[in-house]
Write a protein that binds this ligand. Structure first.
Ligand SMILES: [Zn+2]
Length: 442
């Protein structure tokens, strides 16, 4: 009986000590929230190909709700672009004559498929596109036969030669660089969708690099470096060779951006995004003309039921213009649905979500408890010119701090105070590598 009493007493004392140390240990404890402002999910609204109603119809709807968009544009179609479509390589006559004696095979396919992408014969681009599609689905032989067929038609005069390829969209249906610049200044992201929208996987090195590098150069010249961060290689390609070249040129690709903390489910993937335990899951969905509204809304619901999903929506045509177009009524209804859940959804450009995730996954948080303040250091080793998006931090504070003040370097932080079962905490945004964070209370 006596022993039991002693034990009980000891347990009580240990309990008091551990309770006290647990409380003090938690003070200053800081974590970077998975999404800004403690949201449940992120949604990026992306548009491909730059068709005109994306800007005339979808953009004003998004602006009125304050949604930022990401537009992947085909720079060779925009009047005033410096880098226009064109084949880079040996004289076309030489390649065509050679094709009469030597059938297309895996070693000359890329040169010939490149010529087929740009040479000025009517309908030739379609042969290039078909060959590229076959090649990417592993049918190299069939791809070669498609090029042989096209070149034979050219040699036999069955395809009409056009004097000059007009790379531009017809006058009133074309967006200008001036329009694009003003849209970009309102918080929307632009990214490259190459110069001519080819099947990059069947281009040879020179033409592949031209499409990727020179499209970037036009965007850089017209819009500045903020719009050369992300790109989308056409047809959602995941071809390894293309990805390797593209990654040397763009920090982020909507096609793929492998990282162990990120699962990527492309538009064709049928797996359940909720079954992945990665820290983040990028879930791409491409609403087509026939995609029902209920299905589109269910994607949002799925994301709200988890905390690691990033829904990347891929739109093409709008109101009859562009591939697989959606009507303006559907877009409005869908945007309203997103807006209805706005409290829990972070709607942001592809660039900003990528930056938030990469910064958070590469950041180090150190905390020092001083007598009347908490000091927090938030740093990462990424390129600081590019990765300076504010991260949302949560820091436990001492009980009794009724009013909390915060600075990062000399900048006043907007602090919000909450409490949970572990104690009182504050939530605030800070930029990595932008100086020490100082919290104090009274
Ligand atoms: Zn496209």
């Amino acid at each position: 009986m006596k022993i039991l009493f002693t034990c009980r007493y000891l347990i009580l004392v240990i309990g008091l000590i551990s309770c006290h140390t647990r409380e003090s240990r938690i003070i200053g404890e800081t974590e970077i929230l998975k999404w800004p402002e403690g949201k449940k999910t992120a949604v990026s609204l992306t548009y491909d190909d730059g068709s005109i109603n994306q800007f005339r119809i979808a953009l004003p709807m998004m602006d009125s709700l304050g949604f930022p968009a990401t537009f992947y544009i085909i720079t060779g179609q925009i009047p005033g672009s410096r880098f226009l479509p064109g084949f880079i390589g040996r004289p076309e006559g030489e390649i065509l004559r050679e094709s009469a004696g030597i059938p297309t095979h895996k070693d000359n396919l890329f040169e010939r498929a490149s010529l087929a992408a740009y040479a000025p014969w009517q309908g030739l681009r379609e042969y290039h596109t078909r060959a590229g599609e076959l090649y990417e689905s592993g049918k190299t032989e069939e791809a070669c036969r498609v090029i042989d067929e096209a070149f034979e038609k050219i040699r036999n005069g069955e395809l009409k030669k056009v004097s000059k390829r007009d790379p531009y969209q017809s006058g009133e249906n074309s967006i200008t660089w001036d329009n694009i610049r003003s849209i970009a200044q309102h918080g929307h992201e632009f990214g490259s969708h190459t110069i001519t929208h080819p099947r990059l996987a069947v281009l040879d090195e020179k033409n592949l690099l031209y499409e990727l590098e020179k499209s970037r150069e036009d965007i850089l010249n017209f819009l500045g470096p903020g719009h050369t961060f992300s790109a989308e290689c056409p047809y959602g390609t995941e071809n390894e060779r293309v990805m390797e070249y593209a990654y040397d040129i763009y920090p982020a690709l909507r096609n793929r951006m492998p990282a162990d903390y990120l699962a990527e489910l492309n538009r064709g993937n049928r797996e359940n995004p909720g079954s992945f335990e990665n820290e983040y899951v990028q879930w791409q969905r491409g609403p087509l003309t026939d995609t029902p509204m209920e299905l589109m809304k269910s994607w949002v619901d799925t994301c709200l039921a988890k905390d690691n999903l990033w829904l990347v929506l891929v739109f093409h045509g709008v109101e009859g213009i562009g591939w697989e177009s959606k009507s303006s009524d559907e877009l409005q209804e869908y945007f309203n649905y997103l807006d209805h859940h706005r409290e829990k959804i972070w709607i942001a450009t592809f660039r900003d979500v990528t930056r938030y995730i990469r910064e958070r996954m590469n950041a180090t948080v150190e905390q020092v408890r001083e007598s009347k303040a908490l000091k927090i250091k938030l740093t990462h080793n990424l390129d600081q010119g590019m990765y300076n998006f504010p991260l949302t931090l949560k820091t436990y504070i001492p009980a009794g701090w009724d009013q909390v003040q915060g600075f990062q370097d000399v900048k006043v932080l907007k602090i919000r105070k909450f409490s949970d079962e572990k104690g009182d905490f504050v939530v605030y945004n800070a930029i990595p590598n932008a100086g020490d964070i100082q919290l104090s209370g009274k």
